[in-house]
Design a protein around this ligand. Structure first.
Ligand SMILES: Cc1cc2nc3c(=O)[nH]c(=O)nc-3n(C[C@H](O)[C@H](O)[C@H](O)COP(=O)(O)OP(=O)(O)OC[C@H]3O[C@@H](n4cnc5c(N)ncnc54)[C@H](O)[C@@H]3O)c2cc1C
Length: 465
């Protein structure tokens, strides 16, 4: 006979101490929300684990007591993955923040899941190495969260997303079992690819307690170009021509006029040229000799698409200023409005200009301002619906939801997908059925039960129930 739910919190407090098993409303506040804007979901407790053994203990007791557990990194998720929608325990890995090894011979790093992405990047760059995935949130998100969301970023265009760099994982399953999967080698096909299955599973299959990441040598040179375009349609055309120009950029980004206007209103290290109705940001890396010619080809493509200004960063500080300004895009749209809903759609490369046109039509049809920016080289657009009306007003909510539904319909009609990197979480769970067949959803529900037979790990997320 299982003990009453309250007993598990007493047991955990006895094992880990009250400073790491948070129960009071005030301290739980920080663990009640994330960056999705979906609201507050206070758990019964937040448990701050410091080791894989502690994670395993929490998962063992939680299964014995039938208490749901929601894993959490640093809560920067945009789709509600870290929200405790069924209460229970939020299992925080923020204190598991050690870089355990940087192996310069084998070109890999072994980290705990709570390490901040930017911290690992700085450490590997200090020894001439390179960890490519660069979510715009890299100064605050955790590598465990990146693995769970299969995070991307601007450099994913050339280098790929987190899955490509995740060689091995140590996992804790619901019930407390611990598994090591993957390897320390770049290649390897022994057994099924459990690592690839868990990466991107949004904390619904297992908790990552240790991560082995592939590193690359640092590219010898980097150049960044910013083209001020008259409007977003010409920016879309410039992106398509750069893609065909030969040398693949490591990042190819687009920022629409609405977002440019918001960035102009926020304190940012880089000021966009006057006349920029949209911006194309193109970054190349490689050997200095080949870079010059490739950059000229990219600049020519922008000029042919009608660029009003083309600017190449002359040094590292100008390059950083441009990227910091790009990273401010999402915060600028959020800070300047009462409400922001961020979507993260992907369309096939040839459909970007058409998608941009459809977004403009959706904005006009529903009377909602939409700022679009993102990784155009991947066809991955961050579509941000902003307004200053009362979010609690059902009519306002219905209008926003209708615009989102239209956005998803347009994306799928063009052969796209609902999320490129922010995940499905709670926000888009029910829309998965718009993209995937009942058979495929049923198969994934069975897969979930293999990892988590009682449905207690991050319930209510990722796939329709
Ligand atoms: C301003 C801003 C910009 C962003 N830009 C990008 C971007 O460019 N690219 C991008 O991909 N994302 C971006 N994001 C989204 C977010 O930062 C990423 O999804 C990130 O990977 C989440 O990491 P986190 O540590 O905050 O995870 P959390 O929000 O805490 O959790 C996210 C999910 O991961 C699960 N999880 C966390 N840790 C573990 C673990 N150890 N084991 C198993 N599951 C776990 C949680 O259960 C949850 O489902 C951005 C967010 C913001 C706010």
């Amino acid at each position: 006979m299982p003990a009453s739910p309250i007993d598990i919190y007493e047991l955990l407090t006895r094992e880990l101490g009250s400073r790491r098993v948070l129960r009071d409303e005030e301290r739980l506040e920080a663990y009640s929300h994330d960056e999705s804007g979906l609201g507050r979901f206070p758990p019964a407790a937040a448990v701050l684990c410091e080791s894989a053994a502690e994670v395993s203990l929490v998962l063992r007791l939680a299964r014995e007591h039938r208490v749901p557990v929601t894993p959490r990194g640093t809560g920067t998720g945009m789709t509600g993955g870290a929200l405790a929608v069924q209460g229970g325990i939020v299992l925080s890995t923020e204190r598991m923040n050690q870089v355990l090894a940087i192996d310069e011979q084998d070109l890999l790093a072994v980290v705990e899941p709570g390490v901040i992405t930017g911290v690992l990047q700085e450490q590997v760059e200090a020894v001439g190495l390179f960890y490519p995935p660069d979510p715009a949130s890299l100064e605050s998100c955790s590598l465990g969260g990146n693995v769970a969301e299969n995070a991307g970023g601007p450099r994913a265009f050339k280098y790929g997303v987190t899955r490509r760099y995740t060689l091995g994982l140590e996992l804790a399953l619901m019930g407390g079992e611990r598994l090591r999967c993957g390897r320390r080698t770049v290649k390897g096909v022994t057994g099924y690819d459990v690592v690839a299955t868990v990466v991107g599973s949004e904390g619904t299959l297992a908790v990552a307690t240790e991560i082995t990441l592939r590193l690359l040598p640092q590219p010898p040179a980097v150049q960044t170009m910013l083209a001020a375009m008259p409007d977003v349609v010409s920016a879309g055309v410039a992106v398509t021509s750069i893609l065909r120009a030969g040398e693949p950029p490591r990042a190819l980004e687009i920022i629409d006029g609405v977002t440019v206007d918001h960035l102009r209103r926020k304190e940012s290290p880089y000021r966009f040229p006057a006349g920029a109705g949209a911006v194309v940001l193109c970054e190349l890396d490689g050997h200095p000799e080949s870079l010059e010619a490739a950059m000229l080809r990219a600049a020519a493509a922008c000029a042919a698409a009608g660029a009003v200004d083309v600017f190449v960063a002359k040094d590292e500080s100008e390059r950083r200023a441009i990227w910091q300004t790009r990273r401010n895009a999402s915060p600028a749209l959020k800070e300047l409005h009462r409400s922001k809903t961020a979507e993260d759609i992907v369309v096939p490369l040839g459909r970007i200009p058409e998608m941009l046109g459809r977004i403009a039509a959706i904005s006009a049809r529903h009377g909602i301002t939409i700022g679009t920016f993102g990784h155009a080289g991947d066809g991955n657009l961050h579509v941000n619906l902003v307004h200053d009306e009362d979010e609690a007003d059902p009519a306002v909510r219905a209008r926003v939801q209708a615009a989102i539904d239209d956005l998803f319909r347009a994306t799928l009609a063009l052969g796209g997908t609902l999320s490129g990197e922010h995940g499905i979480g709670l926000a888009k769970r029910d829309h998965v059925a718009w993209e995937q067949t009942p058979e495929l959803i049923g198969f994934q529900q069975r897969l979930k039960r293999v990892f988590d037979p009682d449905g207690l790990l991050n319930p209510g997320k990722k796939i329709p129930q």
